[in-house]
Design a protein around this ligand. Structure first.
Ligand code: SF4
Length: 273
């Protein structure tokens, strides 16, 4: 049992599923992602930072700062394009009609011996329904089938049922009220939508409990047998699984980790690229 570990998130669950060794290195040994050395990887890192910054811009807009003001902070080519796409996206213009917008909100609930935590980009509570939005700045538009089975989709929806009652006048949301939308800043007209259902919720929560129990009783953390997963893993050098990095666009789909710490928005002007 990894006693030093008290919380689980969609990222840690995904890591455990993809490669227990990666889970061990990142969440138990708490090894920071090793430094990135090659040129394409530097480009990748820049893209990742821009993605984080884009989330902050949207968050600022959603808490009421005028778009013109926030837009001025979109100071790179990628950020300008994403921001334009965000401002012009038809799917996103209904926000003002919704009664409750909760950007950058964290929810948590007990899960076996752990707490399950998730930070949402936006939960938009309407009259009879609730929509989870997640902004993605991927260079490739992933297939819906890929997203559907990711722990992020399952955790975000199940946890909203489990821990979202305070957003719904004290009453838990019914799974059927929930929709999750991945909105892709580079593919603004192709969001991925997932409607939730009661039987899916039951399946997801049961699977989460089972998975948490498995992690709680794990005593060794083997390397994945799927060697292709190593080609974009930042821990390759710890595992003798090759030096050359894989394709950066694939890497961002597979190794993304959500930021669970509070963001200090006073620093927003200080981030440079
Ligand atoms: S390099 Fe491969 S075996 Fe090592 S942590 Fe990464 S995915 Fe797992």
């Amino acid at each position: 049992m990894p006693e030093q570990l008290t919380t689980l998130s969609q990222s840690s669950l995904q890591d455990y599923q993809d490669c227990p060794r990666r889970f061990e290195l990142r969440y138990l040994q708490r090894l920071a992602y090793p430094a990135i050395e090659t040129e394409p990887a530097l480009e990748n890192e820049k893209h990742q930072k821009e993605g984080e910054y884009f989330h902050r811009l949207v968050q600022q807009h959603l808490i009421g700062i005028p778009a013109e003001q926030v837009g001025k902070l979109a100071n790179t080519e990628n950020l300008q394009r994403w921001w334009e796409n965000y401002i012009n996206a038809k799917d996103l213009t209904g926000f003002k009609n919704l009664s409750g917008l909760y950007p950058e909100i964290a929810l948590s609930a007990p899960l076996g011996k752990f707490r399950l935590v998730a930070k949402y980009d936006l939960i938009a509570v309407g009259k009879d329904q609730v929509t989870i939005f997640d902004w993605k700045t991927y260079r490739k538009r992933p297939k819906n089938e890929f997203l559907h089975i990711r722990w992020q989709t399952r955790v975000y929806q199940a946890l909203l049922v489990q821990a979202g009652a305070h957003l719904n006048h004290g009453k838990p949301f019914a799974p059927e009220q929930i929709e999750m939308i991945y909105w892709f800043a580079d593919f603004p007209a192709e969001p991925a939508r997932f409607i939730y259902k009661a039987d899916q919720y039951k399946r997801d929560w049961d699977a989460l409990i089972k998975f948490a129990d498995e992690i709680a009783s794990a005593s060794d953390f083997p390397k994945t047998d799927v060697v292709s997963k190593c080609s974009y893993c930042p821990y390759r050098s710890y595992c003798n699984r090759g030096i050359r990095a894989g394709d950066a666009a694939d890497a961002e789909l597979e190794t993304e980790a959500e930021e669970l710490f509070d963001i200090n928005f006073e620093q927003i002007g200080e981030i440079a690229f």
